[in-house]
Design a protein around this ligand. Sequence first.
Ligand SMILES: CC(C)(COP(=O)(O)OP(=O)(O)OC[C@H]1O[C@@H](n2cnc3c(N)ncnc32)[C@H](O)[C@@H]1OP(=O)(O)O)[C@@H](O)C(=O)NCCC(=O)NCCS
Length: 209
Amino acid sequence: MLHPDYPIVTERLLLRPATLADLDEMYAYKSQPDVCRYLPYEPMSREQVAERISGLWARTELTEVGQALNLCVEEKASGRLLGDVVLFWRNAENRTGEIGYVFSPDAAGHGYATEAATELLRLGFEGLVLHRITAQLDARNTPSARVLERLGMRREAVHREDMWFKNEWSDSAIYAMLAHEWHNLKTTADDRAPQRDQADAQLGELQGR
Ligand SMILES: CC(C)(COP(=O)(O)OP(=O)(O)OC[C@H]1O[C@@H](n2cnc3c(N)ncnc32)[C@H](O)[C@@H]1OP(=O)(O)O)[C@@H](O)C(=O)NCCC(=O)NCCS
């Protein structure tokens, strides 16, 4: 079971369930063919986005295996909607989950997807106590693969032509992280934080700040 308190706050972002107030901004990117090229749906109409916001994407918690938690990602400073992310609860016995994300091209190149997806891993490993979290993508989706590598996920497989996807056979790549890897990453980051603060302070002194 996962019952997050909203909004989930990160350094630059707020993660929260969608409302119909998000419709215009969400439609603006979910209707773009380039954005949807590697997503398992076609560019959406305004009505389709509205229907999802009121239906599937309205979920605020995970209570059963098979459910998915979709969250909007908002820029804290401006309130702008940057994109949305999803955590799937896949299997109870194996304690597995899967993550996904889609961002507006206007928000690209700032690390927002990586920052938001880090929170999905935290929700999965620390909230749902999952053992393994995966991501599956079209092997040609390099920007998405780079997000997963920045997260510290491992490229475990490329399955040749295992998907009939948008009128062609496509290769899928599988990335994964295990719970102990997440906790090790966190420990390493926490250990480095004081050293980083000290280095920043020394740099500030050198620069006469
Ligand atoms: C996949 C997708 C989210 C990647 O977006 P992105 O902007 O490349 O990813 P991030 O927001 O994490 O930004 C990372 C980039 O910002 C740069 N960056 C700038 N500031 C940064 C910071 N503070 N922290 C991390 N990265 C930063 C990184 O160097 C990186 O650029 P690079 O890939 O050229 O090295 C986006 O392309 C997308 O939404 N695509 C369409 C939907 C889709 O395919 N989803 C995935 C389906 S599997």
